[in-house]
Design a protein around this ligand. Sequence first.
Ligand code: NAI
Ligand code: NM2
Ligand code: NA
Length: 504
Amino acid sequence: MANRNVPIPRRQLYIGGEWREPVKKKRIPIINPATEEIIGDIPAATAEDVDIAVEAARKAIARDDWGSTTGAQRAKYLRAIAAKVLEKKSVLATLESLDSGKTLFESAADMDDVAGCFEYYADLAEALDSRRKIPVNLNSDSFKTYVLREPLGVVGLITPWNYPLLMAIWKVAPALAAGCAAILKPSELASITCLELGEICREIGLPSGALNILTGLGPEAGGPLASHPHVDKISFTGSGPTGSKIMTAAAQLVKPVSLELGGKSPIVVFDDIDNLDIAAEWTLFGIFVNTGQVCSATSRLIVQESIASAFLDRLLKWTKNIKISDPLEEDCKLGPVVSAGQYEKVLKFISNAKSEGATILYGGERPQHLKKGYYVQPTIITDVNTSMEIWKEEVFGPVLCVKTFKTEEEAIELANDTKYGLAAAVMSKDVKRCERFTKAFQSGIIWINCSQPTFNQLPWGGKKRSGFGRDLGEWGLESFLNIKQVTEYTSAEPWAFYKSPSKN
Ligand SMILES: NC(=O)C1=CN([C@@H]2O[C@H](COP(=O)(O)OP(=O)(O)OC[C@H]3O[C@@H](n4cnc5c(N)ncnc54)[C@H](O)[C@@H]3O)[C@@H](O)[C@H]2O)C=CC1
Ligand SMILES: C[N+](C)(C)CCCC(=O)O
Ligand code: NA
């Protein structure tokens, strides 16, 4: 087992390049979901701190050392952060696991992804220098013009607990690459690694105020950020109801938002697959990785009737093989869910499914061998119909529900039978069929013969109730840029729209 005695640093808010005690001096306990113990605390920002942070961010933009940087200069900062993340990888990964319950293997992989994301946006920041000013030919003798891409300004980044540092970095890295000044508000359920990012920024000498980190409760710290008149954009990842509140607050000021809001994504498995085990493993990974707390989790298995019983049989064998333990234990593949609230919520979804007439084929309870911690067995639910809660609502836990189909048309209808539209997966060796599904799926992310692999280069986001806007790729950078057209009258002749008074 990894060292669980990694000390939890006691931090303050990171504002204007310094650690600063919250104005109201409040703190929130940190709970380790594997032990239910309080292992430290984080500062709790309120509206007063949001004001100070917004001011620090505005100053950063007004100062040459941040506001006048080239993309190449910002790329140096981003690469320095990436290098520090890798240098501190083992401590950061342990802290992430202690805070969120994520397996140590996954936390370590997240830290690699965090560093990779900073490096990717460092490249894009450099490329921005040559694409900052785009000439546009007007075919006009009287006008010349160009289009500028500039930083949008001060941006608020409100992020969830399921990938505490990684989800923050998906927004922080492009915001800094674009030249914005950012205020990050991570989730109160898992903020440790985001505060450590503050220490990294201090160590590498990121200009003060370019990134500010305000931990605290959603309504108390996130709310004032979303409604702040001097915050130019909010980028949010989290639940639908909170996304809707943020959009409502932002709408009062016509502040742009981008929202990434979970889903109930389908995985469709056809009987033409060559290898049941390969398909079974992807299906499992799609719902049990990170204990199912993934917005893009493929939580609805739609399997062709002809192979359903053989496939479920295989799924069960693989599921029974999943090691459930303290996330710091060697080879742990399923840790606890993040909090007591999430634990209750997941178990309630399971009991509601039972009372609505579904069958708990496997799991559904807390594992017998773990007396403490917010553990839930990997759970597979069958005899599901489309009016049940378990078919319709996002569980955000290790719970897969299963339906069978006969025809391709039926499979498409079931796949799209959801208010969400984040991701969708199809498993088939028929290339044409996979193309038909790619077109038919109503979502932003399509996986063919896999589920969940994610790349920095590719746009991440959904449609329908899964939100709008895209993180990652060039789209993630665009969302932090303002597009400015510059038009110049170059003719020596008068405009001659009005009658000239000198001709009276
Ligand atoms: N799509 C996704 O990636 C995620 C989905 N969820 C789903 O949401 C459920 C609730 O989890 P929560 O942690 O409560 O998610 P949440 O959506 O409430 O929290 C996400 C972020 O929003 C902040 N926030 C909360 N209320 C706010 C407000 N009024 N104004 C501004 N910011 C606010 C939170 O502090 C956190 O930083 C989960 O059970 C899960 O089903 C949760 C986290 C991530
Ligand atoms: C694809 N993965 C698992 C790396 C990240 C999913 C991000 C999310 O839950 O929003
Ligand atoms: Na925690």
